[in-house]
Design a protein around this ligand. Structure first.
Ligand code: HEM
Length: 1069
């Protein structure tokens, strides 16, 4: 037997914390990501499969997981992976029969998250591709089911799991009494139900309404799926279910042992449902089938809930009788004889009863203008009056029946004539509470000091009901999480339970009377009670005949045309999504995950604020949340870790923990081609980097400097934009051309360079379009630019392959360029680099440097235009160091020009072209020195640019000051020696690089993915600057020292365009 892989975090070396939701978020949005559809084969950390083992097995390559023998199943609830006799991967769930049932909501939802992951992994193992997505689809759909899942009984029969009897504890599976299933002689003889659903009445939500809605819906679902239905009220905050309702109809079979009741997958024979796992249970209905429109999904949910309501909503005997009497009373009041003339249409002899439900407390309306307060009472009253006038033309014998959680509402002027729905249990009003033993009543504290109470049902008050003055000090402050309230309320006193039960009963009676006595109900849909009322009225009356009137948003669903209904549905969907998203963030913070940047909209999250200005986004959120925080980027949880520790954590992450190719491959593979860079295992990339780096030697650079100088001179000579003595020019496109001409000539030889004047420039432009950020999602789509990209890739690769062939045929020897080095390189094991890989590496080399170098050279020119004085210093530096005649530039000369070097260095500090470096997380990664663990559902993002502009290291960080790199400069960086060159070195397979990534200045990255083009880029940029300075004086067109803003719209940041500067030739006189 194999315990699920390390990312599932089962039997870890560290102790297991049952309250920890674990590294996996149940709401993981990984499945939205196209690149995960083509997910790579399982990580090396995944244990290989083997038949069920009899002995403990622990010879695993990593210590994060272990294989265990069958009699040593984990002692906490968890999915486990097994192999069947034919060696196929399957999974099941193990819950110790002697666990404390019901498990906590956290445990159930955690189990679901893990089941989803394991299901995906097992599928992945079997299909090796498209795994997660397919598995996810089958996981949530009970129709098709997850074929790899083995239900508990089969698992026990097949001895994958020891039966309850055989487990270590020796305890039998428990058959705890559920509501109405007390053991009697007859029931003891009944068989165990073939299929069941048990609803656990426990949630961190104080309100009874949401739980009730879910309970009813779950019942409807159970009925639909022929499952026996049970209710578990063991830990219900409202006490015994039968204090409020009659026991539910009891099926003619017994509930199964508790450890067989599973929250997931949906197909499990015995399902356990609760607020914590509602989304798993109802998902299919929420998302709907592809052909179901919103209304039909809504209707399905409605009818499920309605079935539950009809079967379950029976109040206890006394309350039930009271409600019946009260409804009769109100009906009689309405039935007073009225003249037929007074009614519209002349019919009927009764007034109209309008039920009004006013929920206040901590429930705030969806409607924007009231979102911080409540819908005003006169809106309810006016709507009720309009309905009466509209339908009857008179108010005679019509009246309002009112129910509210806020006692003050009953005393308001707006409802002076209204009848109270019920008077059996009344909630005390504010004055009454204050008068009643103020010193001993903790509620007062919450009423006045904490909330500035306006009245109504507050979650905090609910959890503290019945808390005595002695324990008042321990009462939780406002702002405590719902979980904290729930925990504090875990062992309520009998007085507390009595009070809560009274609240529940009052609420239920209110609803029962409103639904039973009203012709029309007016309420706000933001309150769950309002939605319950709709269900209680029935679809026909509430929706079809428009007797359910929602005034939160002002529109009546059923009174609109189809187009408007769709509009309202969409608006409602968005509103609900936003509300749920916000609630999720506020209520379900995971203390073991980095803080989540607050956002209103799911999926979109912080994408827009991040995309507009990533560096500012990082800095602002560092202020708010610290150096490590998470934000939502296109639905994906993205964890940023800035600062030197963050750089180290991400860029030096272990190969088994982080993965670059999983993120980048969708973009790079179609552009570079197959089998290179991110389309191959990391070890192969390391070898490829070594081959490429070998060509970037000092000897090679000596040859490159004259080549680059000549290219620069010839460009400025022939470019029409630089004709004459002076002029203005949009500098960025010019620098892009200079960059590609210089790089192609130096790195790929004259033959290739010459083709850039003809066809190659256009082809590389088409290739470049493949790097649009939108291609993270649409890299596969048959869009025009993708078609051009693919055509360009094939054509360019062919040009390189033909060149290779020609060179071989010529029998060439002794060349020094990169292509030649690659043609003569061998992988470990003596395999020659195939021609197509050489061609693809040639594309990669040019593309990898093009954006970074051309953006950097543009920034340099713009900076020089803003500081003509520094441009003059540069010129003078060359005159002083090389002589007034400025001889032909050599590689050695560059070392004599420190300011020229510092220009490049300082520009890269402020304008690092790669602002975000991303990695997929392959194993949960504990953040050293904190309790945080980054789960595998997150993407990691390093932003070395943040530390490069941190005043802690760089005085006056926003100042472009090339002189800061001089030792005595007041702005000299405060970089500790430990981060400088004398650090330990390491070879990842492509030559020695410094080991640490903890320097605040890392424009070329660090670790195994560190740039190999650093020295070439420096040589190239320094040569371009030196040659340009020899020829021109630059300044801003308006003479100012301003610098244009940054364009973050593409993957690499660059100057906004047009970036026009004024130039003047030095030799003009
Ligand atoms: C100013 C110019 C440049 C800058 C700022 C720059 C920056 C970077 C950075 C930050 C990385 C790390 C990416 C990551 O960790 O995900 C990187 C990787 C790389 N760069 Fe550069 N680069 C520049 C020029 C070049 C040039 C000219 C070449 C080629 C001659 C080149 C080839 C590469 C390659 C092959 C990688 C390795 C990717 C990997 O191992 O995953 N770069 N560069």
């Amino acid at each position: 037997m194999i315990v699920s892989p390390p990312r599932i975090n089962l039997r870890r070396a560290a102790s297991h914390n049952p309250h920890d939701r674990g590294p996996l978020s149940s709401t993981s949005s990984r499945f939205n990501f196209n690149h995960l559809v083509f997910s790579p084969p399982p990580s090396p950390g995944l244990p290989s499969l083997s038949p069920p083992l009899r002995k403990p097995w622990s010879a695993q390559p990593h210590d994060q997981y272990e294989m265990v023998a069958q009699d040593d199943v984990p002692d906490f609830p968890t999915p486990i992976v097994v192999t069947d006799r034919r060696g196929r991967a399957k999974w099941t769930v193990s819950i110790q029969p002697d666990s404390n049932f019901p498990l906590t909501p956290g445990q159930y939802s955690d189990l679901c998250a893990k089941c989803k992951e394991v299901s995906g992994r097992v599928r992945e193992l079997r299909t090796q591709s498209h795994g997660l997505q397919q598995a996810y689809l089958s996981f949530t759909s009970s129709d098709s089911g997850d074929h790899d899942f083995i239900d508990i009984q089969e698992a026990e029969n097949a001895v994958y799991l020891l039966s309850a009897k055989g487990r270590k504890s020796g305890k039998q599976g428990q058959e705890v009494a559920l509501v109405g299933t007390l053991k009697t002689k007859e029931t003891a003889d009944q068989p165990i139900c073939a299929k069941s659903m048990t609803f656990v009445l426990e949630s961190t939500d104080a309100g009874i309404g949401r739980t009730l809605m879910m309970l009813w819906t779950a019942y409807g679902l159970a009925l639909r799926e022929n499952r026996a239905f049970f209710i578990d009220d063991t830990r219900w905050a409202y006490g015994k279910y039968t204090e409020i309702f009659k026991a539910p109809p009891v099926p003619a079979c017994r509930p199964p042992p508790r450890h067989e009741m599973l929250p997931c997958p949906r197909q499990a024979r015995h399902l356990i449902a609760s607020a914590a796992t509602a989304s798993e249970v109802f998902d299919r209905y929420m998302t709907g089938s592809s052909d179901a429109d919103d209304r039909s999904v809504q209707k399905t949910m409605f009818s499920l809930a309605r079935q539950g309501y009809e079967a379950l909503f029976e109040l206890n005997k006394d309350d039930g009788e009271y409600v019946d009497g009260r409804i009769r009373e109100l009906m009689a009041k309405r039935m007073m004889v009225v003249s037929p003339k007074t009614t519209k249409g002349g019919g009927g002899g009764a007034g109209l009863t309008v039920g009004v439900h006013v929920r206040r407390g901590d429930c705030h309306p969806f409607e924007y203008q009231y979102r911080d307060s409540y819908v005003p009472l006169n809106n309810y009253a006016d709507t009720a009056r309009d309905i009466i006038n509209d339908r009857l033309n008179t108010r005679a014998h019509s009246f309002v029946v009112l129910a509210s959680d806020d006692p003050m509402v009953y005393e308001s002027d707006e409802f002076a004539d209204a009848s109270r729905a019920q008077e059996r249990i009344k909630l005390a009003n504010k004055q009454a509470i204050q008068q009643a033993q103020p010193a001993r009543n903790v509620m007062r504290k919450y009423v006045d000091e904490t909330f500035g109470w306006e009245g109504g049902f507050f979650a905090a008050m609910f959890w503290n009901l019945g808390v005595s003055s002695t324990s008042a000090a321990k009462a939780l402050p406002s702002g405590s999480s719902a979980r904290a309230y729930a925990t504090a309320a875990a062992q309520p006193s009998s007085e507390t339970i009595r009070l809560r039960s009274l609240v529940g009963r009052a609420y239920m009676m209110d609803l029962a009377v409103l639904a039973g006595a009203s012709d029309v109900v007016v309420c706000t849909v933001s309150a769950v009670g309002c939605r319950l009322l709709a269900v209680m009225m029935g679809w026909d009356s509430a929706m079809q005949r428009g007797n359910w009137v929602n005034i939160d948003g002002g529109l009546q669903f059923s009174q609109l045309g189809t187009a408007s209904q769709i509009g309202v549905a969409i608006a409602a969907f968005f509103t609900i999504t936003v509300v749920l998203n916000v609630l999720q963030q506020v209520l379900f913070k995971n203390p073991n995950e980095p803080p989540l940047v607050f956002h209103w909209f799911p999926v979109i999250g912080s994408t827009i604020t991040y995309g507009m200005d990533p560096p500012r986004f990082f800095k602002e959120n560092r202020e708010k949340y610290g150096e490590c925080f998470t934000f939502i980027l296109l639905g994906k949880k993205t964890t940023v870790y800035v600062g030197t520790q963050g750089n180290e954590f991400i860029l030096n992450g272990k190969i088994r923990d982080v993965c670059a190719e999983e993120i980048y491959t969708v973009l790079t593979t179609p552009v570079f081609g197959k089998d290179v860079v991110y389309d191959c295992p990391n070890s192969k990339l390391m070898e490829q980097k070594k081959f490429m780096k070998v060509a970037l030697t000092t000897e090679a650079f000596r040859q490159y400097v004259p080549i680059i100088s000549d290219e620069v001179l010839s460009y400025f000579k022939r470019s029409p934009d630089f004709k004459g003595k002076s002029g203005t020019v949009n500098i960025s496109p010019k620098m892009a051309q200079i960059t590609i001409f210089t790089a192609s000539h130096a790195l790929q030889g004259k033959e290739i360079r010459d083709q850039f004047d003809e066809s190659l420039a256009d082809l590389y432009h088409d290739l470049d379009m493949g790097f649009s950020p939108v291609n993270f999602m649409l890299h596969w789509a048959p869009l025009p630019w993708n078609k051009r990209r693919d055509h360009a890739q094939r054509t360019v690769a062919k040009i390189y392959m033909d060149t290779i062939k020609r060179r071989r045929e010529r029998g060439e020897t002794g060349a020094q360029d990169i292509m030649w080095h690659l043609m003569n390189s061998e992988y470990k094991g003596g395999v020659k680099v195939p021609d197509h890989e050489i061609a693809h590496m040639m594309i990669a080399l040019l593309m990898a440097g093009q954006h970074s170098s051309s953006s950097t050279s543009s920034w340099i020119m713009l900076r020089l235009a803003s500081r003509p004085d520094i441009m003059e210093e540069l010129y003078q530096e060359q005159v002083d160091a090389l002589g007034a005649d400025l001889p032909e530039l050599t590689y050695e000369d560059l070392a004599k020009l420190p300011l020229n070097q510092a220009i490049v260095k300082e520009t890269l500090r402020l304008h690092a072209p790669i602002h975000s470096i991303m990695r997929a997380v392959k194993q949960p990664m504990p953040v050293p020195g904190t309790k945080l663990v980054i789960p595998t559902s997150h993407v990691l993002l390093a932003a070395p640019g943040v530390s490069a502009t941190d005043p802690h290291y760089f005085p006056n960080p926003e100042l472009w000051d090339p002189h800061r790199w001089e030792k005595d400069s007041p702005n000299a960086p405060a970089i500790s020696r430990s981060t400088a060159e004398d650090e330990d070195m390491i070879d990842y397979g492509y030559g020695l690089v410094s080991k640490g990534a903890s320097s605040p200045y890392l424009p070329f990255g660090a670790g195994r993915h560190r740039c190999i083009g650093e020295q070439f880029a420096n040589v190239q940029l320094q040569t371009i600057v030196a040659m340009t300075v020899r020829l021109f004086k630059f300044r801003n067109v308006d003479g100012s020292n301003k610098v244009i803003g940054t364009d973050y719209a593409s993957l690499f940041s660059r100057p906004l365009e047009p970036a026009v500067i004024a130039w003047e030739r030095r030799d003009s006189n």
